[in-house]
Design a protein around this ligand. Structure first.
Ligand code: SIN
Length: 310
């Protein structure tokens, strides 16, 4: 069986963006060019065993749960095909880390699912999308590649660790203390550590496949002068879970802390994360709130949603 076909799923982003001028990298429109058009414009890909599907066409700041459901189901569909070696997902940079974590948590695939992106639109003098796509396909075709990873500016990041850490540089992602899994250099991989481990699919996938809704989970941030009002309003609206992005080691302003404890007493799940860009919350052994287990607030939110969907 030839298992070398790579399926490229397009979802939009700056990678598919167009600007009036090749020197304007700011006032462009994301998600304009179709995935077939993008792939056809990259000579290095011609002749490779690629198929493509346009799953969405969005600026990833507008990513939502309906689209996540569709993308997860299309990934599950393609991964189940024997002749598919792996997937590439083109995505905007702004919420790429969330989608990467979602696909990892839901599918934990043995085959590679490689998200890639661009920090400059396709019309830019500095367009980085084509090289990132070529690198992502290289990773997806690499013998032994596995799991959900993100490829940007020549670095391969694992879905759990990857985070957009810069608003403008082409090398916009980091993996904090873990460092990248490896580098893509001139069509070859230099690996520093292992690929994300495969596992069983998350039970929430069955709920998504049946069209089940996503529970409301919101993120609240602790900061100087924080109050109880936001949490009280969310509880009144029926929120099912709250992730608190605490200061430093997950500490929470006393007014917010009291509101979160009151919410928890009413059955709302509360997870403690940190608003710090690096490090993890080293919680006390007997914390009153659930631990984020090293996840950033946006990823802890997804983990809690999936848990509530079981
Ligand atoms: C987006 O996230 O879709 C727009 C920004 C980007 O891709 O860099």
């Amino acid at each position: 069986m030839n298992r070398r076909k790579i399926v490229v799923l397009g979802t939009g982003g700056t990678l598919a963006g167009r600007s009036e001028s090749s020197t304007d990298n700011l006032s462009y429109s994301a998600a304009q060019l179709g995935i077939e058009q993008l792939l056809a414009a990259i000579p290095a890909l011609h002749g490779l065993p690629l198929a493509s599907e346009q799953v969405a066409q969005v600026d990833s700041k507008d990513m939502d749960q309906a689209l996540w459901s569709r993308l997860a189901l299309r990934c599950a569909h393609w991964l189940a095909q024997d002749d598919v070696q792996g997937l590439v997902v083109t995505h905007g940079t702004d919420t790429l880390e969330e989608t990467a974590y979602l696909l990892h948590a839901l599918l934990a695939p043995a085959k590679p699912v490689v998200l890639t992106c661009a920090m400059r639109p396709a019309t830019s003098l500095q367009a980085d999308g084509p090289q990132n796509i070529v690198d992502a396909v290289t990773v997806a075709l690499w013998p032994g590649a596995a799991g959900v990873v993100a490829v940007c500016a020549g670095a391969i990041h694992g879905a759990v660790d990857v985070r957009k850490h810069h608003s403008y540089r082409l090398d916009a992602f980091s993996s904090d203390d873990s460092g990248p899994i490896g580098q893509v250099e001139e069509g070859r991989l230099r690996l520093h550590r292992g690929w994300p481990a495969a596992g069983p699919v998350h039970p929430a996938l069955a709920s998504i496949a049946q069209g089940g809704g996503w529970p409301q989970v919101e993120i609240v941030t602790s900061h100087a002068g924080a109050s109880s009002r936001l949490v009280e309003g969310l509880v009144a609206q029926g929120v099912r879970g709250l992730v608190v992005a605490g200061t430093g080691n997950g500490t929470i302003h006393r007014a917010l802390d009291a509101a979160l404890k009151a919410a928890q007493a009413q059955g709302v799940r509360v997870v403690r994360a940190s608003r710090c860009a690096g490090g993890v919350v080293l919680g006390p052994p007997e914390d009153c709130f659930e631990p984020a287990a090293g996840l950033s607030p946006v990823k802890a939110r997804i983990a809690l949603q999936l848990d509530l969907m079981r």
